[in-house]
Design a binder for this molecule. Sequence first.
Ligand SMILES: [Zn+2]
Ligand SMILES: [Zn+2]
Length: 274
Amino acid sequence: MRLRFRVLGSGSSGNATLVEAGGTRILIDAGLGPRALAERLLSSGVDPASLAAVFLSHEHGDHARGAAAFSAKWGVRLCGTRGTYAAAGLGAADIAGYDVLEPGSCRGVGELTVTGVSIPHDAAAPLAFIVCHEETRLGHATDLGHLRRNVVDAFRECHALLLESNYDPGLLRDGPYPWSLKERILGPHGHLSNQDVARYLGTGLGVTCRNVVLAHLSQTNNHPELALMHGERALLRGGRREVQLELTGAEGTDWIEVQGPRSARGAPGQLRLW
Ligand SMILES: [Zn+2]
Ligand SMILES: [Zn+2]
């Protein structure tokens, strides 16, 4: 079975992405409550106990809120940096187990290999991930203040990306958040704006990439139409009509098949929007 993924939830109400290939399934983040997480897995046809691991990007509640209870209930090990383990307050007795993945290292889980990539965000030791099955790669990055060179380099050979497009700078500046919070979001360790993502899609996106999912949109400081508009325009400007652009909200997505080196050859260009 080819590499595919399905967003189960995205944004401040809780983030989780299911990734599957060759009978191996993992979650990236567990920011939904354990019951909601189990329900969404079951409605995707996946037994929660069948997961090989839950990879945690960082300790913030919208990414790790349900991790400990989910791990304990379903006997699924967690995986992430030592910094995330400490900052999330995870106790060895409370979870099924914790495997360390530091930036630049990788861990094999069944048919998948997961590489940790360090990202700039105001958390202890946050990670983006590259999930690899045979020659096919998915990049996954939410909660990063800017697209640092190491992240762009790590994503260069990915075939699909999930990338946050958190805010529109005008809406954020004019919006209701206190200025201290606005500064944090706008800062180099905050979040990516629609414009940050557009710049990357127009000039930095690797030539192998065929699917981009915009994620982690702020409900207060962004509109789905704005995020899509900036992304679409950037792809067109960059001559990347073959890239399918999608957007996920709190309810997640359907399954998305990653078009790897063999399947990408000769695949028709198509822009799928909603
Ligand atoms: Zn977040
Ligand atoms: Zn965060």
